[in-house]
Design a protein around this ligand. Structure first.
Ligand SMILES: Cc1cc2nc3c(=O)[nH]c(=O)nc-3n(C[C@H](O)[C@H](O)[C@H](O)COP(=O)(O)OP(=O)(O)OC[C@H]3O[C@@H](n4cnc5c(N)ncnc54)[C@H](O)[C@@H]3O)c2cc1C
Length: 403
């Protein structure tokens, strides 16, 4: 096949965001997607933040706004109303396909049912990939720059020796249900040993009587099977005032998200990684769509600069990694440290944690969920709350020790 400027493995939000920017800046780009359809099978709940969805150009028709949230531990509950809402649930397949359409409009070539297998390495630099289509035909696609957007597998990073993959994962099992009586303005989270040891259970409505009901458990910290806890959660949902009367699943989802925090390295000679493949999601809730898009945009711009400068060396591409760590590193490290800490909590610790959350006002609660820790709201929240301050200082010390 004719050599290209960029070949991207993975048609998820990270790969597609990078592809669009590169094509807009004049590069010839091919995206290879292993699945037969972009955005399907769905492996993500699609919870995100309205401000980010707007900033990333996702049209309002593709997200459902939440107005209330509740979080239960074994013996406590925190509930918040949002007259000015901040969170939403994406129509995941719709959003991922929209991102693909935008990339195609910018000039990107997209091939579905095409799995990248190996990175072509020459003199220590990546020069494209070999890939296989649905009929087993092997192709060689040479490119000046290769991007790993393969998600939690980080296939190309491992092949090219950028990093060795992840050890700690959020493993999720979820039903996408038709639930005619579910209150679509509200999302509910459940923590504690009964329904989600080392993780949480959730309900995520996304409009038209559709609601995703799932359980995620951190493997690495627990060996519990989320699918078993999901069945238990469904059978006892009423206990939490979750109305699933007459509800039935239309889809079953299963997926993994890296929860190790950022990868040790995202770039090499002629290659870089975006999104989950770079460990860019926030480990706090296991939330990576907006982060993958941000990673794709940043990577796409630095990659376009590198192509224009005719320098795709690791040294040049490192600008991307440096900018990422400078902009998002602190928040993501704190999110990962909190996640490691709370994944080990017992029910009494969760009760205490929910009590602390109860002391945050609605706005502060929203910032915390969005992993905006390094911000002025934190100081205000901590100043008024010695217990929260003590707990937070412990966490900061732990975070500093981890890096
Ligand atoms: C159960 C669960 C719930 C989640 N809930 C949320 C949530 O509510 N909100 C949120 O923001 N995030 C959530 N996430 C995380 C979110 O889905 C990811 O962080 C995000 O999708 C990462 O985007 P990405 O482009 O890096 O990777 P992905 O979205 O994983 O896309 C990678 C793509 O690459 C393809 N691919 C893989 N290998 C190859 C190959 N060798 N060749 C070609 N293509 C390949 C895959 O088929 C896939 O389409 C959840 C994850 C899970 C597992």
């Amino acid at each position: 096949m004719e050599p290209l400027d960029v070949v991207i493995a993975g048609g998820g939000p990270g790969g597609l965001a990078a592809a669009k920017i590169l094509a807009e800046r004049g590069a010839r780009v091919l995206v290879l997607e292993a699945n037969a359809e972009i955005g399907s099978p769905t492996r993500t709940t699609g919870g995100t933040f309205i401000q980010d969805a707007q900033a990333l150009g996702i049209p309002p028709r593709l997200y459902h706004i939440l107005r209330r949230g509740r979080m239960h531990s074994a013996h406590r509950v925190v509930a918040r109303e949002y007259p000015t809402p901040f969170a939403c649930i994406l129509n995941v397949r719709g959003v991922f396909q929209f991102l693909a359409e935008r990339a195609i409009d910018a000039g990107v070539a997209l091939q579905v049912s095409a799995t990248a297998r190996e990175v072509i390495m020459e003199n220590g630099a990546a020069r494209g990939v070999t890939a296989q289509d649905a009929r087993g035909r092997v192709m060689t696609q040479r490119a000046r720059l290769t991007i790993d957007g393969t998600g939690y597998r980080a296939t190309l990073c491992k092949r090219a020796g950028i990093h060795s993959g992840f050890n700690r994962f959020g493993v999720g099992a979820e039903y996408d249900m038709y639930a005619p009586h579910y209150d679509e303005s509200e999302t509910v989270g459940i923590v504690g040993s009964a329904f989600a040891p080392a993780g949480y259970a959730w309900t995520a409505p996304y409009g038209n009587h559709r609601v995703r009901v799932g359980v995620g458990i951190i493997h690495g910290d627990s060996t519990a099977n989320p699918a078993e806890y999901l069945d238990k959660f469904l059978s006892q949902a009423e206990k939490f005032n979750i109305n699933l009367k007459g509800a039935q699943p239309l889809e079953y989802h299963h997926g993994l998200i890296p929860s190790d925090g950022m990868a040790t390295k995202f770039v090499g000679n002629g290659i870089l990684a975006v999104g989950d493949a770079a460990g860019q999601p926030s480990a706090l809730l296991g939330e990576g769509i907006r982060w993958a898009m941000r990673g794709g945009i940043l990577a796409g711009n630095v990659a376009a600069d590198a192509l224009q400068a005719n320098d795709v060396s690791e040294k040049f591409l490192a600008r991307y990694e440096q900018q990422w760590r400078k902009t998002y590193g602190k928040n993501l490290r704190i999110a990962a440290a909190i996640n490691r800490r709370i994944a080990g909590w017992n029910d009494a610790q969760w009760d205490e944690g929910i009590e602390l959350l109860n002391q945050l006002n609605a706005e502060q609660f929203g910032h915390a969920l969005a992993s905006n820790f390094v911000s002025s709201w934190t100081l205000w929240a901590l100043a008024g709350n010695p217990k929260l301050l003590r707990k937070s200082l412990n966490l900061v010390i732990e975070t500093l020790k981890s890096k």
